[in-house]
Design a protein around this ligand. Structure first.
Ligand SMILES: [Zn+2]
Length: 256
């Protein structure tokens, strides 16, 4: 409400060799305001507009910009100025709430950040900021699960990160920035008492020998289970290697 649209136009820009097509909606945000929000006196007058450039939601179409002229007010009694407000966007933000909720919807489909960025038409770092701006890693879980899974994955800058899951529910326990044994041990020892750690019954890991050394120390009662996936992967690799060496030893290249 309070927004009047008066023109839509097509905009074409070239940024580092790539052509971008935009739809630009020109609109004006204005309403009657009688009392000053600062001092409460009915001494407000309209005092020009400011232009803000906002991003609206779009899916696979051209990107849509809203050039919104916001009314400004001036209070004659306390000399302050005040800008008109709208619920479609937060103060000092240029990405509208609609666009942010589109990002959340796509993230719920487990799409990668870069894909979401392409679909919505904003940068990957903006997507990350929307998704994680108020995300805090939990300090610790109320109760450590009895069955854990440990693994590592390539994350930023091709470094490996450590991940721990609840083996039954697959809920996240923690992600650590690196996979150094001392940091993993410190993480669990600083958060969970020995009594809590004694209740862990099993830890599922790949064939990383480092983990086996400290798991016995961290979780003395836990059984180490090698993940089926990693065993099959190892067998497959060994089998393939043997196949290739045998193939190279064959002199008759036509009868394979
Ligand atoms: Zn005032």
């Amino acid at each position: 409400s309070n927004i009047n649209f008066f023109k839509v136009e097509d905009l074409r820009t070239v940024r580092s060799g790539v052509v971008y097509h935009f739809k630009v909606i020109h609109a004006r945000l204005s309403y009657q305001l009688f009392r000053c929000p600062h001092c409460g006196f009915p001494s407000l007058i309209k005092n020009g507009t400011t232009l803000t450039k906002l991003r609206l939601t779009t899916l696979n179409g051209p990107m849509i910009l809203l050039y919104l002229r916001k009314q400004r007010y001036f209070c004659k009694s306390c000399q302050t100025t005040y800008g008109a407000k709208t619920p479609i966007v937060e103060k000092n933000h240029s990405l509208t709430r609609g666009l942010k909720s589109a990002v959340f919807k796509l993230a719920k489909q487990s799409l990668p950040v870069t894909t979401i960025a392409k679909i919505v038409g904003i940068s990957a770092s903006s997507v990350e900021r929307i998704l994680y701006h108020d995300f805090q890693r939990p300090q610790r879980l109320a109760k450590l699960p009895e069955h854990l899974c440990f693994d590592e994955f390539k994350s930023v800058a091709k470094l490996y990160s450590f991940i721990a899951l609840n083996a039954k529910s697959h809920n996240l326990i923690s992600i650590l920035d690196d996979r150094l044994s001392k940091n993993i041990c410190a993480y669990f020892e600083n958060r969970y008492s020995l009594n809590e750690r004694l209740k862990v019954k099993s830890v599922v890991i790949d064939l990383n020998a480092n983990y086996q050394i400290f798991i016995k120390r961290l979780f003395p009662n836990a059984q180490i289970v090698i993940d089926r996936f990693h065993i099959i992967q190892l067998v497959n690799r060994a089998f393939d290697q043997l196949r290739v060496t045998t193939l190279k030893q064959l002199n008759d290249k036509h009868s394979r």
